[in-house]
Design a binder for this molecule. Structure first.
Ligand code: ADP
Length: 190
């Protein structure tokens, strides 16, 4: 199986590129952000809880997102692999993903990290906020907090995957097509 972890700070372009990669390699796209937003739209109890956390730019508890991914992996579906977008975001989530995949006799193939500098990220997120309707894109303080949370809790995963020889940096600035081509090339070289 080909299991890609698409990684990078908020605004790096994970969602956009994950859709492209899923199409190119026939993978099932799993985005914890999208799954949480579906819960918010459906106004479930989980959605209400997630909405409060997401609008502050904090992370939803590990146990919740891990259960969501577990449920998806346990749903029988024929696929050549998965693309994980926005997950894992903490070391416990990465460990849980390894265990879940192991149960399915599989593993993470590579972690593709989109590199984008902070100024560019803030600009992109504020721009997206004008049209996305996402409360977490709407103000500079929340965006700043999301980037800080990323640096504190999520960036340590770079070491986690680097130690396994799975960390792969991809330049995330440029045209969408160019970045997509860089990602495709990295996967084809695996
Ligand atoms: P972005 O990468 O632009 O922040 P996402 O859609 O991936 O967008 O995530 C939006 C928000 O959803 C995050 O800021 C966080 O609050 C929550 N979230 C998404 N995925 C996770 C996760 N794996 N663990 C904890 N919280 C998550």
């Amino acid at each position: 199986m080909l299991n890609l972890v698409l990684f990078g700070p908020p605004g790096a372009g994970k969602g956009t590129q994950a859709i492209y990669l899923a199409r190119t390699f026939n993978l099932v796209h799993l985005s914890t952000g999208d799954l949480l937003r579906q819960e918010i739209t459906a106004k479930t109890d989980l959605g209400r809880m997630a909405d409060e956390i997401i609008s502050k730019g904090e992370l939803v508890p590990d146990s919740i997102v891990i259960s969501m991914i577990e449920a998806k992996l346990n749903t029988p579906k024929t696929t050549v692999g998965f693309i994980f977008d926005g997950f894992p975001r903490t070391v416990p989530q990465a460990k849980a993903l390894d265990e879940l995949l192991q149960k399915h006799n599989s593993k993470v193939s590579v972690m593709l990290c989109l590199e984008v500098d902070k100024l560019e990220l803030i600009g992109r997120l504020l721009k997206r906020g004008l049209t996305s309707g996402r409360c977490d894109d709407a103000d500079a303080a929340t965006i700043e907090n999301r980037i800080n949370v990323y640096n504190e809790k999520t960036a340590p995963l770079i070491n986690y995957y680097a130690e396994q020889g799975k960390y792969h940096q991809i330049q995330g600035i440029g045209e969408i097509d160019e970045i997509a081509a860089r990602l495709k090339e990295a996967v084809l070289k695996l």
